[in-house]
Write a protein that binds this ligand. Structure first.
Ligand SMILES: CC(C)(COP(=O)(O)OP(=O)(O)OC[C@H]1O[C@@H](n2cnc3c(N)ncnc32)[C@H](O)[C@@H]1OP(=O)(O)O)[C@@H](O)C(=O)NCCC(=O)NCCS
Length: 168
């Protein structure tokens, strides 16, 4: 998009859907897996828009569900690219819920999720990801926090590999 990178706003995506009976778990609330799929779908669209090409989910950080989502809630997922590396990018997704028939109802923050997507070519191998250009102070903060999460992901992966290698 430019020499300095693609502005964050170019690939921001919002996906919203009313939760119905088919989304419910055995307790009558919305199944966590339904929410996770919508998070992955939203992040995937954001990654593809940013890259203007193929990108696959490499990982999703642990997700904490802060409040239950109920049948009849409008579930909304908002995704943006927080950070780009060599071939990978972190997508942040904010999930909220609000009653479908009451515009004055409180919008609840349900969860925040962080996913790593890797840009791939036709041979399914990683290719360089386009750089993202943060536009606001919040975008810059999210980028700095994404780097902290990346370091902790890589450190955990390296430590587990080292532990396994030591066992053999
Ligand atoms: C994701 C995938 C393309 C990575 O391929 P790979 O050959 O292991 O790639 P590399 O080790 O070179 O890593 C590529 C990038 O991904 C990052 N990465 C790889 N695994 C990761 C993980 N578990 N967590 C976070 N980042 C990861 C690396 O840090 C690297 O980032 P960088 O280039 O920005 O520094 C490959 O593992 C894959 O195809 N997985 C299946 C993806 C899929 O099908 N997803 C759909 C859901 S099932």
């Amino acid at each position: 998009m430019s020499e300095t990178g693609t502005p964050t706003s170019v690939s921001r995506v919002t996906l919203a859907r009313i939760m119905d009976d088919g989304d419910a778990n055995l307790h009558g609330n919305v199944h966590g897996g339904v929410i996770m799929k919508m998070v992955d779908d939203t992040a995937g669209a954001c990654a593809a828009r940013h890259q203007r090409g193929k990108a696959v989910t490499a990982s999703m950080d642990e997700m904490v569900f802060l409040v239950p989502v109920r049948v009849g809630d409008i579930l909304t997922c908002q995704a943006q690219v927080n950070w780009t590396g060599t071939t990978s990018m972190e997508i942040g997704v904010r999930v909220t819920a609000q009653r479908w028939d009451d515009a004055a109802a409180v919008e609840h923050h349900v969860a925040s999720a962080y996913l790593v997507f890797v840009a791939i070519g036709d041979d399914e191998k990683p290719v360089p990801v386009l750089p993202v250009a943060p536009e606001t102070a919040d975008d810059v903060r999210r980028g700095a926090e994404a780097l902290i999460r990346r370091e902790s992901r890589l450190a955990r992966r390296t430590a587990i590999k080292a532990r396994r290698a030591a066992e053999t």
